[in-house]
Write a protein that binds this ligand. Structure first.
Ligand SMILES: [Ca+2]
Length: 203
């Protein structure tokens, strides 16, 4: 090969290498980075319902698996319709996979426990050389909080029947002693959509 041709080819190869390196690193990031607006939304996850029936002074634990990421809120609701006499008292203990149990008691035919988990990220704009790298930055804000097995313990504390005579409070003319119920487990997740690319704010 002619020496000049060889040198020319070597120079071209070097130039191609440099271009490849610049393309890979994004070159001068300040010059080529674009700003992508981030729009956050909330989505209601599918609710799961389990049913049960309890005798007075008994309890039962229901489990719910939560596998989704970016959960911002979990709501557990216990519903029942008292069929006999005076209002029954239920107790519900919500045990998150990694967290402190929360207990509530009621005679009003419903108990609702809502837990705030990870808040929606405060990330309105990301700067990146292209869309997929912008997406990676947004994905770093992902949360695994709340993932795992949730245990919901339901107890029927008290199930009084009909007591027509106030002078004899223990006399039940129509006993109760048990009741059915429903546990509804629902959650909300956040997700992000990237807006169109624009030149970054010079500030
Ligand atoms: Ca009752």
């Amino acid at each position: 090969m002619d020496r000049r041709v060889w040198l020319g080819a070597a120079a071209l190869a070097l130039l191609a290498g440099l271009v490849a390196v610049l393309a890979f690193t994004g070159g001068d990031a300040d010059a080529t980075a674009l700003a992508y607006g981030v729009e956050w939304s909330l989505e209601e996850g599918p609710a799961t319902v389990q049913e049960g029936e309890l005798e007075e002074d008994r309890n039962r634990t229901h489990t719910f698996e939560l596998s989704r990421a970016n959960v911002t809120e979990v709501t557990v609701r216990l519903n029942w319709t008292d069929d006999v006499g005076e209002p029954d008292e239920f107790r519900m203990e919500v045990r998150p996979p990694n967290g402190t149990p929360i207990t509530n008691t009621s005679r009003n035919e419903t108990i609702e426990t809502a837990l705030e988990l990870r808040p929606v990220p405060q990330l309105d704009v990301v700067e990146a050389v292209n869309r997929s790298m912008a997406r990676q930055q947004v994905d770093q804000a992902a949360s695994e909080e709340g993932q795992g097995t949730w245990e919901i313990q339901v107890s029927l504390e008290d199930a009084p029947g009909r007591r027509p005579v106030s002078e004899a409070p223990d006399l039940e003319t129509e006993p109760d002693g048990s009741n059915s119920y429903q546990v509804t487990f629902s959650h909300r997740v956040f997700y992000a959509e990237l807006g169109p690319a624009s030149p970054p704010d010079p500030g």
